[in-house]
Design a protein around this ligand. Sequence first.
Ligand code: NAD
Ligand code: MG
Length: 352
Amino acid sequence: MTRIALLGATGSIGRQALEIIAAEPELELVAAASGSQPLDGLAPLTQVGGDLTELLDRAQPDVVLNAVVGFAGLPATLWALEHGVTLALANKESLVAAGELALAAQERGGGLLLPVDSEHSAAYQCLEGRHREQLDSLVLTGSGGPFRGRTREELEDVTPEEALAHPTWSMGPKITVDSASLANKGLELIEAHFLFGLPYERIEVVLQPTSVVHALVRFRDGASLAHLGYPDMRVPIAFALTYPGRAATPVPPLDFTQGLVVEFEAPDLETFPLLALARRAGEDGGTYPCAFNAANEVAVAAFLEGRLPFLAIASTVEETLADVDGAPARGLDELVEADRKARRLAEGAAVA
Ligand code: NAD
Ligand code: MG
């Protein structure tokens, strides 16, 4: 039996994980947590809000599925890595904000870090068992979101409702807005850098509008491997929870006779500046990725509340990054302080 603690159990990933766990006799839910929604009787141990590491201490799981949204997921990520407990990571924000601290914790803990993000799960599978020196580069794909092909002018008045209408994936509101702005691909770029130890110049982002190809790996001999499948998060969730067993899921294999369209295009970095801003924050290192994430979280919340225009998400992040010093965090306290400072600056930029 694999004993699972599911954090963010009421969210989009959380609910799909519950389905996978219920269908797989080898998986046992021992603990579940949410931010504020009730969880009555969902698991032997439950917790609503508060410090999730207390729940993890009590539950002593084999696997932590961290499906909390945002920086709030960081303590649980660090807990799992530090304790050598397998971390199935959907909460990309924690790895983006605290990449170095997380990898140091994993080094000490010695456990597995399995990505649940579909692109990273795909890349993980393409990279498994390969020798580093054979590798040329990694390609992350993105659908381009609901606003692909639009000009900046056409984005001036877009509403949260329009941003929340994603063409291929059904997800929580924060990541859906991030997908519309391409901030999500920016976060994923930084996530991939930390997960796979690749320099940024060897990680490329391309758009693949039907979301059938999730990632590709290019090798030095000119060959590329791609990971394909219908866009359905139950696949990477099940992969991480049953690793290395690759349990069956209700998702059908691809049907190549049913008009499958696979085309690639370059992202429009001028219309969607958050991808380039994330790349620069990643390359600059230190706490710049933490500040990128914090400012983006603040700006997305303001956009969803109708306080900020869509295009101002990027300008808020850009202004925040220009105002922070980005100095590396020597520990969790300094990281939390960098996050807080970036949030304050972003709040200021967002009302200005
Ligand atoms: P969601 O908004 O649907 O759910 C978020 C969950 O986190 C909820 O259960 C909520 O109660 C909980 N939560 C929020 N704040 C919390 C806090 N302070 N403490 C404890 N719990 C808290 O989000 P989602 O779409 O399921 O995404 C979750 C994570 O997975 C995000 O980091 C997202 O980027 C990542 N992810 C999601 C998808 C997807 O398809 N939804 C795909 C890839 C990656
Ligand atoms: Mg993804």
